[in-house]
Design a protein around this ligand. Structure first.
Ligand code: F3S
Length: 384
């Protein structure tokens, strides 16, 4: 057997076994695979070994492939860094994925390659899956980390659920008007909490702004298992059918305000080493200049705080500009995810973010309190 066949044959066998367990023998070709689960903190030595063995076994991605961001191991928090052993292992994972053909490391793969209407994908990042299906009208299930990796190698995945069946929402939501990305995120999160399993139909959808939709769908992906939300006036009509709606749920503006209040920090008790995060999911790199403009002259280093702004690709800033920002406690990061990083091991004591997805996962992974604030308020906090 040639070495090349080892990786491909393993991938074929894993995919066909997964499909059998899920109830089908049929595979479908995909045009873009997006791999998740590449943080060393999540997959450990076992995951590193698997990815290494696929590369050494001749693995090459056979379709356009992107991967999720990795843990923030290449930057410090107030001078504290991870041990070299962790840094080296994380970068080995990244190296093998790049060598096999991964084009980028971001949770916004639609900024790298836009999905097309009706196109079949094998994506494994929930926020991206929801956007691909709900906004672009593409077709991808919520793949797991290993299945997306194997699908990238063979260019195929199980022909199931959204690849085969019509999308038929079962629960209708009436939602209030939204004024910023934080409210959009809370709305998405509450929709998922109210019904985490059934595909929602959001009827009186007033949000058409792409950034707000991204916030809403990322949060919905965190609190539910659905691969799509049918958004009135947004989701392409070809992508779904409305038949019987089993349930109708209303979410009011008061519900959003109450949730935000419950997750706002108490200014008297904000821990010393607090991290502010904007960019979950990753911002488009064009957003950076706007943020920099609004924090001109800010020096967070005086307050034991740092601001991490995470974007989808290399910032168009020189290394001198980046260092000047870092000296002020502001870091522009790309290719990384703070949420899949053990921030507590860097000495971070609390996080303030505009993302309910970060609110959902950071206390679980890093065991530190996490609070909500809109981007505007976070930037205002920086200027206090
Ligand atoms: Fe992206 Fe990490 Fe948030 S993968 S969506 S920044 S949890």
């Amino acid at each position: 057997m040639s070495t090349e066949n080892q990786a491909v044959e393993l991938a074929r066998s894993v995919i066909s076994n997964v499909c059998k367990v899920l109830g089908t023998n049929e595979l479908i070709s995909v045009s873009h695979a997006h791999i998740s689960g590449i943080s060393y903190f999540n997959i450990g030595d076992y995951g590193l070994k698997l990815i290494e063995s696929l590369y050494l076994g001749g693995g090459k991605f056979s379709v356009f492939t992107t991967a999720n961001p990795y843990a923030v191991v290449n930057t410090d928090f107030r001078g504290r860094r991870f041990h070299d052993d962790i840094v080296n292992k994380q970068f080995k994972i990244v190296k093998y994925l790049k060598l096999m053909g991964a084009k980028a490391f971001t949770c916004a793969p639609y900024f790298i390659r836009e999905p097309k209407l009706g196109e079949h994908l094998a994506w494994a990042e929930s926020n991206a899956v929801l956007l691909a299906n709900s906004y672009y009208g593409a077709k991808t299930n919520r793949e797991g980390g290993p299945s997306s990796l194997m699908a990238a190698l063979i260019g195929r995945t199980c022909s199931l659920s959204i690849h085969k069946e019509s999308v038929i929402p079962k629960v209708e939501f009436r939602v209030p008007k939204i004024s910023n990305e934080l409210e959009a995120s809370v709305l998405g999160y509450l929709i998922g909490l109210k019904d985490p399993r059934n595909i929602p139909y959001i009827k009186n959808m007033s949000i058409t702004d792409f950034e707000l939709l991204r916030s809403l769908l990322a949060a919905l992906g965190a609190s539910s298992s659905v691969p799509i939300a049918v958004l009135d006036t947004v989701t392409p009509l070809q992508a779904y059918r409305i038949l019987d709606i089993n349930d109708r749920i209303s979410i009011s503006r008061q519900d959003l305000i109450r949730f935000i209040k419950e997750h706002t920090y108490d200014s008297k008790h904000l821990p010393k080493d607090t991290l502010l995060i904007i960019g979950c999911p990753h911002l488009h790199s064009n957003a950076v200049n706007e943020i920099l403009e609004s924090i001109k002259g800010v020096n967070l280093a005086n307050y034991s705080m740092e601001l991490w702004v995470i974007i989808h690709t290399n910032p168009k800033l020189g290394s001198k500009e980046l260092t000047a920002l870092e000296n002020r406690g502001i870091k522009i990061l790309h290719s990384v995810c703070p949420v899949v990083t053990k921030l507590n091991e860097l000495g971070v004591e609390a996080v303030i973010t505009n993302s309910c997805k970060a609110l959902h996962y950071i206390p679980k992974i890093s065991k530190i309190p996490t609070y909500l604030m809109s981007t505007k308020e976070i930037l205002r906090l920086c200027r206090r």
